[in-house]
Design a protein around this ligand. Structure first.
Ligand SMILES: Cc1cc2nc3c(=O)[nH]c(=O)nc-3n(C[C@H](O)[C@H](O)[C@H](O)COP(=O)(O)OP(=O)(O)OC[C@H]3O[C@@H](n4cnc5c(N)ncnc54)[C@H](O)[C@@H]3O)c2cc1C
Length: 472
């Protein structure tokens, strides 16, 4: 029979037969395992993979891709499944390739402030294991994500304002290409002006160009002093203006996060935050040598006062600080707790920071017109914010939420922003890419995809809408 004449189901069985000769105990077709790998934390419809393969090494990943490439079987890389735009939802007759057993730290080079890890390690586990070195990895998305998944979605979080995103913190990668070939990108040096920057190409590629098995990461020294404070405002514009002025003045703030009154109310209830009112709130963190922290605090206090802030509440102890930041990281769950039966979808717009106030005004109009409840919070120092749209878990409810999301994205794009600052495209943002990037740039992206993955086995249907391909 010619290679492609078999049905998709037969080709998938052929892949499993090949893999069972060496990886039998690493393959699961149990309904509960398939269900777990059929969706992420998104509202997109789930689809069961036919099988889940648990990779334990780069060679395992290579063997899976070689077999899938030969049989044209789709493969979806799966880290922790915390992505929120349907990234890990498999197409029909696909394999989910789970990397969560690849959790080794391969090297820590404390003198050079870098390390190499396997892709299935979570950032929380990395930081716990390297604590004694005095170093840490700063990129902190809210979910318990893997570092491979974080590379693949070009993730960031509350610390991006100071340390940047995955884009700035990945030095090199081991990647398995669609054919099963293994390549190294980048290296250990902080800069290099040689060749195309393949590391940056794979960071943010959502498992559509290759599967990352090892990551070389920058580490950072734990700051000598950390200090956290909360400031509330009667008026949201005053809070946004304060954050903007902090950035414009070049104050090297560690984190500055915003919660609007609706989110604050939810977080007060869910995280048992005492002593706060449901008002617009900025969460600050300052880091560095004691004198530098004092300087940052004084400069920030002056800006807060000039913008009608209601005074600082300090979290002095490590325990208070971590309670505060845990409350921030739990914001999604706090919003969900407002209506446990409902679905929550998170928008993820970003605009140049000077346009943030204008965007949020428009977003409030859209929320009001929709009749939905939608707490708002954000990495305000980057101009990035999320609206957590709470909607009925019914097709009509979902449609209503997508409609609101669409309006919010349209406003951000009109203000020279992006439809996603950190969550990525997956399936959820496909419709906005042409407006954001233009047809020409998308046609080049499709040409790259066709070169790297000619049979479209790697996470098909994600990141790129269909359309014309650049021909040269
Ligand atoms: C409560 C909550 C809060 C969140 N907060 C943030 C936030 O602040 N900032 C932020 O950026 N994100 C946030 N997220 C989203 C999510 O945590 C990130 O997108 C994260 O990077 C996904 O990592 P993961 O390991 O779960 O990847 P998965 O969800 O398993 O996969 C994500 C994508 O990466 C691909 N992939 C996974 N591993 C690999 C690999 N090794 N090689 C190639 N491709 C791979 C998958 O195929 C998929 O396309 C949040 C999610 C939740 C649920």
């Amino acid at each position: 029979m010619p290679e492609n004449a078999a049905s998709a189901a037969e080709r998938l069985q052929a892949v499993l037969t090949t893999l069972r000769t060496t990886m039998d105990t690493q393959i699961s077709t149990a309904p509960s395992v398939r269900e777990e790998h059929s969706h992420g934390e998104a509202m997109n419809a789930a689809c069961l993979p036919e099988a889940v393969v648990f990779a334990e090494s780069t060679d395992d990943v290579s063997a899976v891709l070689r077999a899938c490439h030969a049989q044209r079987v789709p493969v979806v890389a799966f880290g922790a499944g915390t992505s929120v735009e349907g990234h890990v939802v498999p197409p029909e007759h696909a394999i989910s390739l789970d990397l969560s057993r690849m959790t080794s730290i391969l090297a820590v080079n404390a003198e050079d402030l870098d390390c190499r890890v396997q892709a299935g390690l979570t950032r929380q586990s990395l930081n716990a294991q390297i604590r004694d070195t005095g170093l840490f990895f700063p990129v902190d998305p809210g979910g318990e994500a893997t570092l491979g998944g974080m590379c693949a979605t070009r993730a960031s979080g509350t610390a991006a304002v100071r340390y940047g995103t995955m884009k700035e913190n990945v030095l090199g990668l081991t990647v398995v290409l669609a054919t099963g070939e293994i390549i190294q990108t980048g290296g250990r040096v902080r800069k290099s002006s040689t060749g195309y920057d393949l590391t940056s190409l794979f960071v943010g590629s959502e498992g559509t160009l290759g599967i990352i098995t090892e990551v070389q990461l920058k580490l950072h020294g734990r700051p000598e002093t950390l200090s956290a404070a909360v400031c509330q405002f009667e008026n949201l514009h005053d809070a946004v203006q304060t954050a903007m002025e902090i950035i414009q003045c070049g104050i090297p703030i560690n984190r500055v996060e915003l919660m609007d009154p609706v989110q604050m109310q939810a977080s007060i209830q869910f995280s048992k935050l005492e002593g706060y009112r449901p008002l617009t709130t900025l969460f600050f963190e300052f880091a560095g040598a004691p004198a530098a922290v004092q300087e940052q605090v004084s400069a920030t206090e002056a800006l807060v006062e000039a913008n009608n802030g209601l005074g600082f509440a300090w979290a002095e102890s490590a325990e208070d600080r971590s309670r505060l930041w845990k409350a921030r990281h739990d914001a999604f769950w706090a919003a969900k707790a407002l209506d446990p039966q409902a679905r929550v979808i998170s928008t993820d717009c970003i605009v140049p920071i000077s346009r943030l106030g204008t965007l949020i005004d428009g977003v409030y109009e859209d929320i009001k017109a929709s009749g939905l409840r939608a707490p708002l919070l954000g990495h305000v120092g980057d101009g990035n914010f999320h609206t957590l749209i709470i909607t009925e878990d019914t097709p009509e409810g979902h449609a209503q939420a997508w409609e609101l999301d669409k309006k919010i994205v349209a406003r951000a794009l009109a203000l020279e922003g992006s439809c996603s600052g950190e969550h990525g495209v997956g399936m959820g943002k496909l419709d906005f890419l042409e407006t954001e990037h233009g047809a020409g740039a998308l046609s080049v992206m499709r040409a790259l995809k066709n070169t790297m993955d000619p049979h479209h086995i790697l996470n098909p249907g994600k990141l790129l809408p269909t359309g014309p391909v650049y021909q040269g």
